[in-house]
Ligand binder design. Structure first.
Ligand code: NAD
Length: 371
């Protein structure tokens, strides 16, 4: 198969869909990889590395899209890329179609097979191609929080781990899923006094087994949240109710009772945020202050560490890329019901219920179109 890897053109997107390691593995399986020039440069993979791994470097995005049977990307295509869609093309990337009716229409009109990273499920029902970005954001949240706690950045001038004779900072983590668990790992590593709150008691039991007595766990209710936020130097928001807007667990009143110079990193901001005073920010202007509390609410945190994020993402996506290349999309999807859940568009039909429901349109189950 000929596989194309275009350079991402969405604002501030530095990740790339396939690394040189992936190019080498595809070559070993007798596939051809076309990489647009500079596609991996911002992730730390120069053209020369791709070439060395066996890729053909192309100067023009149109050439990469036009020649390829499958295009592997990171972000959903944006308008200038729509012109490259054509029947027979397999597109494997984050698609996030629900709020994007125009992109959905174009994929359907052109009969592209659109397989979305965010809806692929593994055998346990998890979303394995979303998880790596939550791992990155969870770990990053503590690093970012530590930096904003420095005086120069508006924080109260406290070192997370303290030093001998000086107590460590208090870190409060809301949500003990992928983001929360990774945040807890790093906060404990820094030596901070770390408390994690979740509504799922079984998850708290698991976390206590993982971290032992070093992690304080608390059941989620407004009394406990008010208490820990008042004491906290750093609050990390990582709650998720799948498919819904995040619950506002930290109210404006709770923020007003927090210490001046404390920091909130609301990772859940991409789902609306779990802090009432949070609003989405970007890497170019990441923080703002409310009632003396610094808020960091960047919606695509992994974008700040594209090298790690590209490696984390492609570690998870690449086995699927190789399967599509080896078997063809239809057979690869037929063999794995969880992977078939990734199929959003096929031969002009919308095949993902969630997207259809949010756009109030018809859908056809993936299993029936690929059978
Ligand atoms: N900003 C970014 O760059 C970025 C990057 C990755 C993920 N995220 C977001 O971070 C959020 C968390 O993602 P995740 O992968 O950790 O999700 P997850 O499903 O693994 O974990 C969510 C946790 O929240 C808990 N929860 C739900 N309701 C709660 C409540 N009322 N009180 C306390 N806990 C509650 C759940 O029990 C679960 O353990 C999501 O919104 C995700 O989209 C943001």
């Amino acid at each position: 198969m000929i596989i194309g890897v275009p350079k991402e053109i969405k604002d501030n997107e530095a990740r790339v869909g396939v690394t040189p390691a992936g190019v080498k593995a595809l070559g070993e399986a007798s596939h051809t990889v076309l990489v647009e020039t500079q596609a991996g440069a911002l992730s730390g993979f120069p053209d020369a590395e791709y070439q060395h791994a066996g890729a053909e470097i192309a100067g023009d995005a149109g050439y990469v899209w036009g020649k390829s049977e499958m295009v592997v990307k990171v972000k959903e295509p944006i308008e200038p890329e729509y012109t490259y869609f054509r029947e027979g093309l397999v597109l494997f990337t984050y698609l996030h179609l629900a709020p994007l009716p125009d992109l959905t229409n174009r994929l359907l009109e052109t009969k592209v097979a659109g397989i979305a990273y965010e809806t692929v499920r593994d055998r346990y029902g998890n979303l394995p191609l979303l998880m790596p970005m939550s791992e990155v954001a969870g770990r990053m949240s503590v690093q970012v929080g530590a930096s904003y706690l420095e005086k120069e950045r508006g924080g109260r001038g406290i070192l997370l781990g303290g030093v001998p004779g000086v107590p460590p900072a208090n870190v409060a983590i809301l949500g003990g899923g992928v983001v929360g668990t990774n945040a807890a790992r790093i906060a404990l590593g820094f030596g901070a006094k770390t408390t994690l709150i979740d509504v799922n008691l079984n998850r708290l039991r698991e976390l206590e087994d993982i971290f032992g007595g070093r992690l304080y766990t608390l059941a989620s209710n407004s009394y406990n949240i008010a208490h820990v936020t008042r004491e906290a130097d750093l609050v990390i928001g990582g709650v998720l109710i799948p498919g819904a807007t995040a619950p506002k667990l930290v109210t404006r009143a709770m923020v007003s009772h927090m210490k001046k110079g404390a920091v909130i990193v609301d990772v859940a901001i991409d789902q609306g945020g779990c802090v009432e005073t949070a609003r989405p920010t970007s890497h170019s202007n990441p923080s703002f202050t409310v009632d003396g509390v610094v808020h960091y609410c960047v919606t695509n945190m992994p974008g700040a560490v594209p090298h790690t994020s590209t490696l984390a993402l492609t570690n998870s996506t690449f086995p699927y890329v190789l399967r599509i290349a080896n078997l063809g999309a239809r057979k690869a999807l037929l063999q794995d019901a969880g992977f078939a859940e990734g199929l959003n568009t096929w031969d002009g039909k919308l095949t993902y219920r969630g997207v259809a429901e949010s756009q109030h349109r018809e859908w056809t189950p993936a299993a029936s179109v690929i059978a």
